[in-house]
Design a protein. Structure first.
Length: 94
């Protein structure tokens, strides 16, 4: 198993949003690798709850242009797991 945390996107990733394509067609699948005893897992974008997930701990995110901070909050049977945080940037494609 990979190191627990966010496995996609990678920190520092830059994505391009095409204004001619519907936003739902440009969704990014957020993926994580977590301990097997994880019970409560949630994805956050810019300190706003995107949603809670179960295995396989992935979630689709419809991005908007700008810089964003993605967080993965994890609770397992032994208590809170350190929060994983990455930065990503989305740019409007001309």
């Amino acid at each position: 198993m990979a190191k627990p945390g966010i496995i996609w996107p990678e920190s520092g990733s830059v994505f391009f949003v095409d204004p001619r394509d519907p936003p739902e067609n440009q969704a990014i699948t957020l993926r994580a690798s977590l301990p097997l005893d994880s019970t409560d897992v949630s994805w956050w974008v810019d300190d706003i709850l995107l949603g809670e997930v179960e295995t396989p701990f992935s979630m689709r995110w419809i991005p908007t242009p700008g810089e964003h901070i993605l967080r993965l909050k994890i609770l397992n049977r032994s208590g809170p797991f350190p929060v994983e945080c990455i930065r990503t940037r989305l740019t409007r494609y001309l």
